[in-house]
Design a protein around this ligand. Structure first.
Ligand SMILES: Nc1ncnc2c1ncn2[C@@H]1O[C@H](COP(=O)(O)OP(=O)(O)OP(=O)(O)O)[C@@H](O)[C@H]1O
Length: 464
């Protein structure tokens, strides 16, 4: 089986020699096999490995034991281990996402942090051929874009580099055989057994039937996926060239198109063009509620005899037709800029109805770690008065734990914060306009370190 994986790595150029690779390891059979595989080729390929694990805290003590198990597996192999315990359920409630979506967002944002910290360009994940078949079937059943129907990509851009999925070339059965052959131990996630989720129902009841009928099902689905991806990339390239004639103006919250040249283009290029625009405006995170019906309605609006009309797309994106122009815009939802002083100690309510509470502790107890909605700042490093304000063009911040700084815009993009929310996101600055904290997203070197004795300033942000 591992010949397949090596051939797949080579075919898609997944792993240049000397790469630094972060491996996402949950502790399950797939990612443990992936870890073992990378460990066996580490010396030959001059790889530097780091493991990232997220404890979603869904299953209390059991989740924590998964984390300790992965930690031990790393210690055995002398591989650096990075873990984060995230209370996904409260994050989910705050943002009204499903548990799966919230967990995924937390995981991917942690992967990015680890990649940044270790300056790694690759993130390897353990999706295998059965995940591919399930994903493609689910998307066909539910409806998706051509890109979506192509399933999981072997390699895609992510953060400062790429996500790679070397196990797409093998089946779950082959992974389990590998586990047995190599005497690997792994953790079992009982939520995979439940038939409550559609994916599990497909896995338990549909895949076995299909595999019985078509013994090389995985291979065929993977080949189909790669053909679709190839065709699609070619058509996307064509679309990009042609759409230059169609796009009148474009910025991160507003795109204006010329309708006449758009309607002269072939339908596959029109559809892909809309997909590109939507990907751009939604930052590659198209809301799941956006379906092919939206695109059909959009085409009807543009082809209609009426010179004007409006459509509402998810996340407050408006599409307006006015004579020969079609405008996609979030602008109506843009927030009014704000700036206010933070009294210490004190409490301030923001236009978003969030509340920031500030308090001073004279001594700092190093066992206290801030929650995600908290920052503990070293008072000797900050210049008073502190203010909370909305973002400004060109804002940058220094990042905790690294020597570098980053544009706030990139931080929002990486965290997939919708444009409509960015202008009202609170930014904490000091008297010199140093960004001290972007609540829930990024910490700065103005926070406490191991040397901090106190006094410290504790900021907490909550819903009012
Ligand atoms: N909690 C986690 N921490 C780190 N990486 C994870 C975590 N959960 C999933 N991953 C990564 O994402 C991949 C796909 O996740 P998915 O949930 O589909 O599978 P899984 O059943 O968790 O896989 P595995 O058998 O490795 O547990 C995993 O193989 C692993 O690389």
């Amino acid at each position: 089986m591992w010949n397949n994986v090596s051939a797949f790595i080579q075919k898609h150029n997944l792993l240049p020699e000397g790469s630094k690779v972060v491996i996402g390891v949950s502790g399950g059979a797939d990612s443990i096999s992936l870890l073992h595989f990378f460990d066996t080729i580490r010396v030959e390929k001059h790889l530097e490995l780091i493991v990232a694990h997220v404890d979603h805290m869904f299953r209390g003590r059991q989740s924590e034991e998964d984390m300790l198990f992965v930690k031990e597996e790393c210690e055995k192999r002398c591989i650096p281990f990075e873990a984060s315990q995230i209370d996904v359920l409260s994050y989910q409630r705050e943002n009204k996402w499903s548990a799966q979506v919230a967990a995924r967002k937390c995981r991917y944002s942690f992967y990015q942090e680890v990649m940044e910290k270790h300056q790694a360009n690759l993130l390897a994940l353990g999706h295998h051929g059965d995940d591919q078949v399930e994903t493609m079937l689910m998307r066909l059943g539910r409806g998706s874009s051509i890109k979506g129907y192509a399933g999981i990509l072997p390699k895609r851009q992510f953060g400062r580099g790429w996500i790679i999925r070397p196990l797409l070339s093998v089946t779950k059965e082959e992974v389990l055989d590998y586990v047995k052959e190599n005497g690997l131990s792994y953790r079992h996630d009982p939520s995979n057994d439940k038939d409550a989720y559609r994916r599990n129902r497909l896995r338990h009841h549909v895949l076995p039937l299909l595999k019985d009928e078509f013994p090389s099902l995985n291979e065929k689905f993977q080949a189909f996926s790669e053909h679709l991806q190839d065709d699609n990339s070619y058509l996307e390239e064509l679309t990009k060239k042609e759409w230059n004639k169609v796009i009148k103006t474009k910025n991160e919250s507003r795109v204006v198109l010329r309708i006449k040249p758009l309607l002269l283009m072939a339908k596959p290029l029109q559809r892909r063009g809309f997909q590109l625009i939507l990907n751009y405006l939604y930052n590659n995170e198209i809301p799941p509620s956006l379906s092919s019906i939206h695109i059909d309605n959009l085409l009807s609006l543009l082809e209609s005899e009426h010179p004007s009309g409006m459509l509402h797309f998810p996340d407050d994106l408006q599409v307006t037709r006015s004579y020969n122009d079609c405008t996609f815009s979030f602008e109506n939802e843009r927030a009014i800029p704000f700036r206010a002083m933070i009294e210490v100690p004190g409490k301030i309510t923001l236009p978003t109805d969030d509340v920031i509470i500030s308090e001073v502790w004279t001594h700092y107890n190093h066992e206290v770690q801030p929650e995600k909605n908290q920052a503990i700042l070293d008072l000797s490093k900050v210049a008073f008065p502190l203010q909370v304000r909305s973002r400004l063009n060109g804002d940058r911040m220094k990042l905790k734990g690294t020597a570098g700084s980053k544009k706030l815009k990139s931080i929002f993009i990486e965290a997939k914060i919708p444009i409509a929310k960015r202008d009202s996101w609170p930014i904490i600055v000091d008297a010199n306009e140093n960004v001290l904290w972007v609540p829930m997203l990024k910490r700065s070197p103005f926070e406490v370190t191991e040397e901090t004795m106190g006094p410290v300033l504790v900021l907490t942000i909550k819903k009012s």
